[in-house]
Design a protein around this ligand. Structure first.
Ligand code: KIV
Ligand code: ZN
Length: 510
C-alpha cells in the first residue's frame, strides 16, 4: 500500500467559490476540523492577498499542530515575504509558489518567454528556500503546457530545491488518460523526482476532477489537492471525500491509502457546508443526503436481505450516525458539556454558559434535541463578528389577502433600542425592508436559502443569506424553530458583517 498525502485547499481554492467569504473564526473552525480529519496539509489562504488573509493564516498556524500549514504565493519576493510573516511561528509550514507555464498563459497573461518563466520560477523557489524547508511549486495550467517544456520547468524547480511539485489542471480540461500520461512521463524523465512529492490538483469544469485525480494517483502522484464537498473556483475542485473513499473502497485497484480518519468525513462536510452556505446536493457522492438512501422497493428488499446487495460503503464508515436522541429538558449543564466534548467543542466558560442557555431555550420549543441541533446551536454563535445589531423583537401581520407587514425592534451595541415597520411583497420581504430601515443600510439580497437541521415539524430551520453592498459580499446565517425569525437573524448577522468589514461605527437613525 502506498500512502497518498492529502493537501486540503478548502480555505484557499474553496474560499474562491463565488460569494463565499469566511470570517477568521469560521476559518479556524474549519481548520481545526480538517486537523481532526487528519489532512496532511491545510492551505489556509494567500497571505499577500489581504491583511485579513495573513492574519487568519497566522492564527491557524498558531493553533493547528498536526497538519502542515500552507500559504499560497505568487512567484514574487514580496508575496513570499508575506507568506513567511504568516507562517514563521507554525509548528510545520510550507510555502506554495506558483507560476503559469502553458502557452496561453505565457502569451496572454504573463507576456513572458519560456526562458523567463523558468527563470522566475527558479528564483522564487530559491528565495522561498531561504525561509522555508518545505517549498511546493505549482505549474499553473500545467495540464495545457507542452509536455517537453513542462518537464524542463519541473526539472529546474526540483534542482532549485522544491520538495513538492504540483501539476494543476487549472481549467478542468484534461482527461484521465492524458493527465496520467503527464505524471508517468515526469516520473520517468525528471532527475531526482523520486525524492520529490508529485502532486495533482484538478478542477471540475468537465466533471472529471475526481477521475483525473485517481488517474494521477495510478500514475505515481503521491499528493492529492482538493476541497471538502468539492467547492472551489467555477465548478469547483476535486472532492477530497470522494477521492479518499474511492481509495478506501477500491484498495484492490489503487493499492493506496490516506491517513484520513474517514469517520470524520460527514462532520467535516456538514461544517463546511454550514459555514460557507454552499449546500451539498442530495445526490452528491459520499456526503449527499441521499447517498445512503434506498428508495426503490427492490433495492430496499435487497438491502434488508443483505446490505452489500446495493450498498458499497456503510454510512458509519464516513461518520453518518443515526441521529439519536441525545439531550432534553431535564439534561443538566454537566451532560451538555460532556456532549459538546464528544462533538469536538472546547468552549470557554462564557461561551459554554451562553450555549447552555440557548440549549435550554430550545428545549422549551423542541422536545427532542439531537446532535445536529446542538452543532447548529453552537456553530451559529461561534463568530468573531461584533454584534452591532441584535434582534429583540419581531412581529408580523400576514393574511393571504392582505399586505404583509413586519415590525422589528433591534438593540444596538451602543445600547440604543430602535424600532421600525415596513410592508413587503411577502413576509420575508417585509422583515427585510423593516431591517433595512432600522439599520439604515442599503443592501442587495443576492441569495436566500432555507434548510431544516433535523426532521419533524419542530425542526430547527437554518436560513442563509448573501448580501451585497458595493464591492462587499457577505453571508449571514440564522437559526430558530421559526423560519421567519431565522430569516431575520440571518439578515442581521450579514449586516453586522458588512458594518464590521467596512470598519465604521454604527450610524443610528432614531
Ligand atoms: O488551479 C490552480 O492552478 C491553482 C494554483 C494556484 C495551484 O489553484
Ligand atoms: Zn485551483
Amino acid at each position: 500500500m502506498r500512502t497518498i498525502e492529502i493537501f486540503d485547499t478548502t480555505l484557499r481554492d474553496g474560499e474562491q467559490s463565488p460569494g463565499v467569504n469566511l470570517s477568521l473564526h469560521e476559518k479556524m473552525e474549519i481548520a481545526l476540523q480538517l486537523e481532526r480529519l487528519g489532512v496532511n496539509r491545510i492551505e489556509a489562504g494567500f497571505a499577500a492577498a489581504s491583511p485579513g488573509d495573513l492574519q487568519s493564516i497566522q492564527e491557524i498556524a498558531r493553533r493547528v499542530k498536526n497538519s502542515t500549514i500552507v500559504s499560497l504565493s505568487r512567484s514574487v519576493q514580496s508575496d513570499i515575504d508575506k507568506a513567511w510573516e504568516a507562517l514563521k511561528n507554525a509548528e510545520s509550514a510550507c510555502l506554495h509558489v506558483f507560476l503559469a507555464t502553458s502557452p496561453i498563459h505565457r502569451k496572454h497573461k504573463l507576456a513572458m518567454t519560456k526562458e523567463q518563466v523558468i527563470e522566475n520560477a527558479v528564483a522564487a523557489v530559491k528565495y522561498g528556500k531561504k525561509y522555508f524547508d518545505l517549498v511546493e511549486f505549482s505549474c499553473e495550467d500545467g495540464s495545457r503546457t507542452e509536455l517537453p517544456y513542462l518537464m524542463e520547468v519541473v526539472q529546474a524547480v526540483v534542482d532549485a530545491g522544491a520538495r513538492i511539485v504540483n501539476i494543476p489542471d487549472t481549467v478542468g480540461y484534461t482527461t484521465p488518460k492524458e493527465y496520467g500520461h503527464i505524471f508517468r512521463e515526469l516520473r520517468e524523465h525528471v532527475r531526482g523526482i523520486e525524492d520529490v512529492k508529485l502532486s495533482c490538483h484538478c478542477h471540475d469544469d468537465l466533471g472529471m476532477a475526481v477521475a483525473n485525480t485517481l488517474a494521477a494517483i495510478e500514475a505515481g502522484a503521491t499528493q492529492v489537492e482538493g476541497t471538502i464537498n468539492g467547492i472551489g473556483e467555477r465548478a469547483g475542485n476535486a472532492s477530497l471525500e470522494e477521492v479518499a473513499m474511492a481509495l478506501d473502497t477500491r484498495k484492490d485497484v489503487y493499492q493506496a491509502q490516506t491517513r484520513l480518519k474517514l469517520d470524520e468525513i460527514a462532520r467535516t462536510s456538514k461544517l463546511v457546508s454550514r459555514l460557507t452556505g454552499m449546500m451539498v446536493p442530495g445526490n452528491k457522492a459520499i456526503v449527499g443526503a441521499n447517498a445512503f438512501a434506498h428508495e426503490s422497493g427492490i433495492h430496499q428488499d435487497g438491502v434488508l436481505k443483505e446490505v452489500t446487495t446495493y450498498e458499497i460503503i456503510r454510512p458509519e464508515r464516513v461518520g453518518f450516525k443515526s441521529n439519536k436522541l441525545v439531550l432534553g429538558k431535564l439534561s443538566g449543564r454537566h451532560a451538555f458539556k460532556d456532549k459538546l466534548t464528544e462533538l469536538g467543542y472546547q468552549l470557554e466558560q462564557e461561551e459554554l454558559n451562553n450555549a447552555f442557555k440557548r440549549f435550554k431555550d430550545l428545549c422549551d420549543k423542541k422536545k427532542d434535541v439531537t446532535d445536529d441541533d446542538i452543532i447548529a446551536l453552537v456553530d451559529s454563535k461561534l463568530n468573531d463578528i461584533p454584534e452591532m445589531y441584535r434582534l429583540e423583537n419581531l412581529q408580523l401581520s400576514y393574511g393571504n389577502n392582505s399586505i404583509p407587514t413586519a415590525s422589528v425592534r433591534v438593540q444596538t451595541s451602543r445600547g440604543d433600542v430602535l424600532e421600525e415597520a415596513a410592508c413587503g411583497n411577502g413576509s420575508v420581504d417585509s422583515i427585510y425592508k423593516a431591517l433595512d430601515r432600522v439599520t439604515n443600510e442599503e443592501v442587495e439580497l443576492e441569495d436566500y436559502k432555507i434548510v431544516s437541521i433535523t426532521h419533524g415539524r419542530d425542526a430547527l430551520g437554518e436560513v442563509y443569506v448573501r448580501l451585497k453592498q458595493g464591492s462587499l459580499i457577505v453571508q449571514g446565517r440564522g437559526i430558530s424553530t421559526d423560519v421567519l425569525e431565522a430569516s431575520a437573524k440571518a439578515y442581521l448577522s450579514a449586516i453586522n458583517k458588512i458594518v464590521a468589514l467596512r470598519g465604521d461605527t454604527v450610524e443610528v437613525v432614531v
